[in-house]
Design a protein around this ligand. Sequence first.
Ligand code: BMP
Length: 279
Amino acid sequence: MASILKQTYSQRAANHTNPAAKALLETIERKRSNLCVSVDVTQKADFLRIIDVVGPYICLVKTHVDVIEDFDYSLVEQLQELSVKHDFQIFEDRKFADIGNTVALQYSSGVYKIAQWSHITNAHPVPGPSIITGLSSVGLPLGRGLLLLAEMSTKGSLAVGSYTEEAVRMARANRDFVIGFIAQRRMDGIGLRDGESSVGEDFLVLTPGVGLDVKGDGMGQQYRTPREVVLESGCDVIIVGRGIYGKDNGANPEAVRAQAERYREEGWKAYQERIGSTA
Ligand code: BMP
């Protein structure tokens, strides 16, 4: 079996039993896109317009649903309709970080009911394994998947060294629900104890902090190119926000479409180069 880095997304889909991981890998292959768009805008109309424009070019939409000022549940229904229309998965970037009982409530209930509609969500490993117990009690029966934030893209991030290693160990112990990481590089082999092996292990790595035109945002964000992320660091999905919808909340749909196409192409080229194929 070829190393994970050389396998196609569809070969890897066969390695996964979690339905959210499988569906994401299959979507990537079907649409020839490893691009996730992060839609961080505050108005429902901007949010839906951007997603309808970028839909054909993406495998995944990443949301911060709590920044939307005119949120109501019809937004979720429209998002779900767009996900069917354009064939993409949904990832609410909730970054859960509390005790198991609290995160289970935050995930299932409240205004947003994230578990009802988000195929994938994420959590900080800071509370320890009980955060996974809490979230999986809600998400696993619904076929959802969880990403752990093993690293962050920001300058001065504390998610390094033994923290990152412990995050990977937590994931290894919960492979039915933890499908991968938010990280800046592949995590294979990280945090292995004596006698353990990571052969056959396949965690997805989704990577924010991706931009082609600027290196940062003046607020600690650091950008790398799709080539650096996918080819050099072995990550699987590039997450791009402002690089696609710009500074004006995506007011010019043609500009948004062109950027989505550009990032899709760059991300896919880097993947093809990584696996050594142009097919
Ligand atoms: P942008 O491409 O506009 O910088 O947006 C990046 C997105 O990814 C934001 O939604 C942010 O919350 C998220 N993110 C990040 O930038 N770095 C991380 O380490 C983890 C994130 O979730």
